[in-house]
Each structure stands twice: as C-alpha cells, then as structure tokens.
Design a protein around this ligand. Structure first.
Ligand SMILES: [Zn+2]
Length: 429
C-alpha cells in the first residue's frame, strides 16, 4: 500500500492516538479475572470441613491447626481433605457456608444432637481464628467481613433429617445461627424425597408433602435460605412453587451436561430463574464429567447456566471436603482464582466474562438472594408461627420403626383420640 501525504498524516495521527492510549490498553492486558475477588467476596456455597473435623479430630480443636499446612499432617492425609487457611487465603476465598452435616444413618436417631455438635464445632473454629474468619448471620456482614479481610463464615445444615421432623428444631437452629438448610441429603425423610428416588421410575414419589410445605414457609418466615441440592426433581419443583423467597442450589451442577440425579434439569433451571435464586456449581468430578474431569468441565457448567438462564443465577459451590475427587486444575481451595482468570481470558470457545459478570458469579448473586430472603422475613413479621406438628401417618409411613426412636410418638396421633383414649382417664383418676 502506498501512502499519500494525507493518508500518511492520518496514519501518524492514529499511531499517536494508539501510543497515547497504550497505558490503559496495557492495564487491561494485565488485568486478570481473579482481580475482582479483591473487590467482592468469593462465596462458596458448600464446604464439609466440619465433617472432617468430626471424623478426624472427633471435634476436638485444641490441638488442631487450620492455619497450618494440613497436607503435611499425616492425620489429614485423606482423600476428602482439600482445605486449610493458607490455601483458603491463596484461593482468595471471601465467604463460606460451613456445613453442619450429620450422616443419614442418624435419621430417626440422634440427628438433632449430632447437628448441635456440628454447629458448635463450626462456631468454635470461627472463634479460634478471629483474624481470618468472621461469624456471619446477616447478608450485610458478608461485605463487612470482606472489608476487614476476613472470610465471612455462615452455618448451613445439610439435610432435613437434622430436624427430626420438628419445626421447633428448625426455629432453634435459626437462633443458633443457621442461615441455610439443604432440604434433604441422600435419604428420604418423612416430608421430602431425596434425589435417589429419581434413579428408578418405579420408585413411588411423595415429593414435598403438605407438612413439608410448612417447613419451607417457616424457613421463609425465619429468614433461612432453602437449599434444594440433593432433593428429588419433584421436591425441587415443589419447593420452587412453595417458597416466597429465592432459593439456592448450594452445590449442584447441570443435568444436560452430566445426567446425574444430583444435577439440575433445564426446566428446573428456568423455574429457578423465575424464583430469582442461584445455582452454585459443584466441582465434584463425578457430577461434572468423570474421573478425568478438568477445570474446563466446571467452566462448561458455569457457562451453560450463564447462557441458558443468565449470569444473575450462577455461583460457586465447590463441595470441597465433602467428596474425594476434584478436577485437574481445582485440586484444592487454593485454585478458585484460576476459574475467574480463565473465564475472563480471550481465545477460548466462550465469550470472555466482563468484570461485572465475574463479580456476580463470585458472590453478588448469593448476596442478592440472602438479602431477598431477609426482606421476605421482614415482610412476614406479623405472620404467625407455624405450630402444626407433622402428622402421625407421615412419620409412621416413612419409617414404621420410628416407634423405637420417638418416645412421644403417640402425641402425634390425632388430638381428639389421644385425649379421650389416653389422658382423660388418668387425669380424672
Ligand atoms: Zn452434599
């Protein structure tokens, strides 16, 4: 190309403009997606470290050091351990729902007591590291913790079996600081089905029972986030139809990419969008691809949700310490920033994420849900407490052996019969 004088002047002009603009271009080139984690907290919906504390330390914390390299601690050399403070700091984590999980084999047994123990150990862990962890029970405190350079630490119960079908347990757990409850784990409870009922079409489904709806409404009234990871497809739909507040999947991924009953189908994702909730993507290799899964498989699930229902409804729910195999590139809690760096990069088969979009994924979406749950709670201030006990038939049908576990099962029989048949004669005597 031959440059005329005018073209040459224009060319020089453009060159000058380009050079003038270079500093900001350079800044942009140096910008990394994970830089957003300095401005907004990265909130993970699900970490089972407290269950490891139970299994490995029997919940004794005096000689336990979360601020050490747990990888080099022989006791903690187990396949489900991915978390310690040095790595959480490297991973730029800003908020965590710590899970007070007790096994489904406690269902109908000592689940309530065991859950209290797990809540206690989470609180003691937070107290032990006041420079790193901040106990949080309100949405606004998450940003405050971030401003102070601490990890906002919320408590979540995993599985309605922790309530032993009593709304009193739910209310007291709220008072103990629990702000989120997964409706089931991998076991049915008298008022809701878990995901495994979907693995066999002939399995009878109860979905969310009429009384189960009371649990969701009481969670709305209290201001506790309902989490529909682990529940059956029918329960997902029922909770989304019942809840007055947004709900979350604290650790689930996309069924259309990896068909697994723990993952979420497209029609449910659409309902989640209508509900203004958020799905926090699980990293577990078996839920996102297979044993050879990589960080790109997790990104695939994240991008799917963004493209299908929008960037306002996706978050991170790793499931670290709750599973035994994590993808290549996400080997432990130090690796979160790589997700954000990759999402923002040019040259992949996805549209690079903007700063605003990355902030939503990191934590702003979850904070929005948490605030809306609180707003609904405040709007229900005049609502009466739900004091309806679970029907006798619901408990008895779910587990005929419950007679051995519930010393007061008779009190759940219809009131008129109980009064006439049992108490009246004794009181007269
Ligand atoms: Zn789980």
């Amino acid at each position: 190309m031959v440059l005329t004088n005018i073209n040459f002047i224009t060319f020089i002009g453009c060159l000058v403009l380009t050079i003038t603009a270079f500093p900001s271009n350079k800044k942009k080139l140096n910008w990394q997606g994970s830089d957003v984690l300095n401005e907004v907290p990265l909130i993970d919906g699900h970490n089972d470290l407290p269950y490891n504390l139970y299994n490995i330390e029997n919940n004794m914390l005096n000689n336990f050091e979360l601020d050490s390299d747990l990888k080099s601690n022989p006791k903690w050399n187990v396949s489900s351990s991915f978390t310690d403070l040095p790595r959480l700091r490297q991973g730029k984590l800003g908020g965590q729902f710590w899970v007070a999980y007790v096994s489904c084999n406690r269902n109908y047994k000592d689940a309530v007591e065991r859950t209290i123990e797990q809540i206690d150990v989470i609180k003691r862990l937070i107290d032990k590291y006041p420079k790193d962890l901040m106990y949080v029970t309100e949405a606004d405190q998450i940003m405050e913790a971030h401003r102070q350079g601490k990890i906002a630490s919320m408590i979540e119960i995993e599985g309605g079996h922790s309530l032993d079908s009593r709304l009193s347990s739910l209310r007291i757990f709220y008072e103990l600081g629990v702000r989120c409850m997964t409706i089931t784990h991998n076991c049915n409870i008298p008022w809701a089905d878990n995901n495994q009922v979907d693995n066999n079409v002939s399995t009878p489904k109860r979905n969310l029972t009429e009384w189960g709806k009371n649990v969701i409404l009481e969670m709305n009234r209290l201001g506790m986030i309902a989490d529909i990871s682990h529940v059956s497809e029918g329960v997902m739909v029922d909770v989304l139809a019942t809840s007055k507040a947004p709900v979350i999947f604290s650790h689930s991924s996309v069924y259309n990419i990896k068909p697994h009953s723990r993952n979420v189908k497209d029609h449910v994702l659409q309902k989640l969008k209508q509900n203004n909730g958020v799905i926090m993507i699980n990293f577990y290799s078996a839920y996102i691809a297979n044993d050879t899964a990589t960080i790109y498989d997790v990104i695939n699930h994240i991008n799917y949700v963004k493209n299908f229902i929008g960037v306002d409804y996706v978050g991170i729910g790793s499931d670290y310490d709750g599973v035994t195999r994590m993808p290549i590139g996400l080997e432990d809690v130090s690796k979160y920033p790589k997700i954000f760096d990759l999402l923002a990069e040019e040259g992949h088969d996805w549209e690079p994420w903007t700063e605003e979009e990355l902030k939503k994924l990191a934590g702003l979406n979850l904070i929005r849900v948490f605030k809306q749950v609180e707003a609904i709670r405040d709007s229900l201030i005049d609502e009466e407490i739900i004091d309806q006990p679970i029907p006798y038939e619901d408990v008895f049908t779910a587990n005929p052996n419950v007679t051995q576990c519930w010393t007061d099962l008779d009190k759940y029989k219809p009131v008129v019969n109980r009064f006439i048949e049992e108490f009246l004669p004794a009181e007269i005597a």
